[in-house]
Design a protein around this ligand. Structure first.
Ligand code: 6CS
Ligand code: FE
Length: 269
């Protein structure tokens, strides 16, 4: 049975989360908020080393572009070259294992390049909704670790979240089928519409809040946390590195869309 059925029918719905958030009960902040910031936990030179590795391996990486077709939006498949363990401290890795209830593997890794002036934003969404429909991720036993390679501020389009929204699942109405790259570039299916954001915000007693971060910080957030970010209107880039970590007990099935699986750089199988 598909407990998180989405992209069907004529109306969107909000249903309660069916899966535990924190498997061990040792991370109450993550359980309640759906995210946690680790201040000053990463080497400050992280951008230089990550971008050098990307440059050296650019022929083996997967590029997604902005709607202009020219500006890079995301560079996927970076974890074969940039090692999670070299960047994220062991104490954070251990907390992630405790939240996920054991070992994980990397479902997706990417650098989102939100170029100054031209980098566009990300509409409100839960990652899990896409990973469930497009990738066949059955349960919410997955989280993202985000490492800012540049300072993240409101003016350069930092991540914004609704605290506690991971307890509610947005199931979209059917809104057409789009190519995997197109929906990555400019999400159309699975976008949480304003009325649904407002309803979830009311349920949570919170509303959109920016997560401003410095280089050296790290953020973890639940796969079902509602998030968005605005266009980069500043004079400086916003580059962030992401590792998406999924429980080994939650490996992908056939996509719930019934369609073809996405490229392996978008969803490891
Ligand atoms: O399609 C995906 O996998 C991605 N899309 C969004 C909007 N967020 C996270 C994920 O990388
Ligand atoms: Fe996302």
């Amino acid at each position: 049975m598909d407990i998180y059925k989405t992209r069907y029918g004529e109306e969107w719905r909000i249903i309660p989360r069916q899966c535990p958030v924190d498997a061990s009960g040792k991370s109450p902040e993550f359980q309640g908020d759906g995210f946690k910031v680790y201040k000053d936990s990463i080497r400050k030179e992280v951008k230089e080393s990550a971008m050098t590795i990307i440059d050296e391996n650019k022929d083996n990486l997967y590029f997604n572009y902005e709607p202009d077709g020219l500006t890079v939006r995301s560079i996927l498949g970076v974890h074969k070259h940039i090692m999670l363990e070299d960047i994220v401290p062991d104490s954070v890795v251990q907390e992630i294992k405790s939240i996920l209830g054991g070992e994980f593997y990397i479902h997706q890794s990417r650098v989102n390049v939100k170029t100054k002036g031209s980098g566009s934003g990300w509409t409100p969404h839960s990652d899990f909704e896409t990973w469930h429909y497009d990738d066949g991720m059955e349960k919410m036993r997955c989280l993202t670790v985000m490492i800012p390679l540049d300072i993240n501020r409101v003016e350069n389009g930092c991540l914004e979240v609704i605290r506690g929204s991971h307890h509610h699942y947005f199931s979209d109405k059917y809104c057409g089928d789009f190519g995997h790259d197109d929906n990555f570039t400019d999400q159309k299916a699975g976008v949480v519409v304003d009325d649904a954001c407002n309803m979830i915000a009311d349920l949570c007693g919170s509303n959109w809040e920016p997560i401003e971060l410095n280089v050296g910080d790290a953020l973890i957030f639940d796969c079902n946390l509602l998030h968005r970010s605005l266009k980069n209107n500043s004079t400086y880039d916003r580059t962030n590195l992401f590792f998406v970590l999924n429980s080994v007990e939650n490996k992908l099935k056939a996509p719930f869309s019934g369609g073809e699986p996405r490229p392996l750089e978008m969803a490891t199988r």
